[in-house]
Design a protein around this ligand. Structure first.
Ligand code: CTP
Ligand code: MG
Length: 223
């Protein structure tokens, strides 16, 4: 099963409070984004890869992979969803078909296991909608009231954390994202746009260590 990949990498990393966008921070001798890209660039099923970069990004050209001919650039947008939509439009320019599978994966998620990538693609290859890697929540959940006190304890068994990659057909995902953005709906992942458009993406259980680097302490987990 062949697929395209879009990597949104146009964020500024506000919560990371670093001296550069977090995707360019070092981890085990390379930048986060190089680790992220590595997993995909090793796949024979890869049709092409688009990185969504902010206009003033002067870190990307310094990386060796900036010269990789399988990687194209797209302009980042204001929100993550805008960046992804821009990446999808780039895929069409590259000749991608509306029915082709697209995997969207955060640049700031450098620890994706190849086994998880293979599992996602294998399990969804014949799916009418697509889906995402996700992890069942481990901790007991609390619903907070406005006063900061526990209002209730929802049934943990029903809750999952949404990870990436998220895998959908190019045409369906572009339409869902464009419609959700136009409607002003808050969209933090591809699945929520697809859900908003009336689809039911499948949850594929992945490894919990495919974390998104968000706050300074997160890097310690991957040391
Ligand atoms: N992203 C993007 N375009 C944006 C915002 C985010 O491409 N306008 C990307 C980020 O680069 C990151 C991924 O989406 O790889 C997940 O977003 P997030 O973790 O929120 O990263 P940042 O927006 O950079 O961090 P913060 O929200 O703390 O500023
Ligand atoms: Mg953000």
């Amino acid at each position: 099963q062949h697929y395209w990949v879009v990597i949104p990498a146009a964020g500024v990393g506000t919560r990371m409070q670093a001296d550069r966008p977090k995707q360019y921070l070092p981890l085990r001798g390379r930048t986060l984004i190089e680790h992220t890209l590595d997993c995909f660039l090793g796949q024979p099923e890869l049709l092409g890869l688009v990185v969504c970069l902010s206009a003033d990004d002067d870190w990307w050209p310094q990386l060796a992979c900036a010269l990789d001919t399988r990687i194209s650039r797209a302009a980042g947008g204001r929100e993550r969803a805008d960046s992804v939509l821009s990446g999808l439009k780039r895929l069409s320019e590259l000749g991608a078909d509306e029915q082709d599978w697209v995997l969207v994966h955060d640049a700031a998620r450098p620890n994706l296991a190849e086994t998880d990538l293979h599992k996602l693609v294998r399990e969804l290859a014949d799916d009418p909608v697509g889906g995402l890697l996700a992890v069942p929540v481990r901790d007991t959940l609390k619903l907070a009231g406005p006063d900061g006190r526990v209002q209730s304890t929802p049934d943990r068994a029903l809750y999952w954390q949404a990870y990436t990659p998220q895998m959908f057909r190019l045409g369906a995902l572009r339409k869902a994202l464009a419609a959700a953005l136009a409607a002003g709906v808050a969209i933090t992942d591809e699945s929520s746009a697809m859900e908003w458009a009336g689809h039911s993406p499948r949850l594929i259980e992945g490894r919990a260590d495919n974390i998104k680097i968000t706050r300074p302490e997160d890097l310690h987990w991957l040391g």
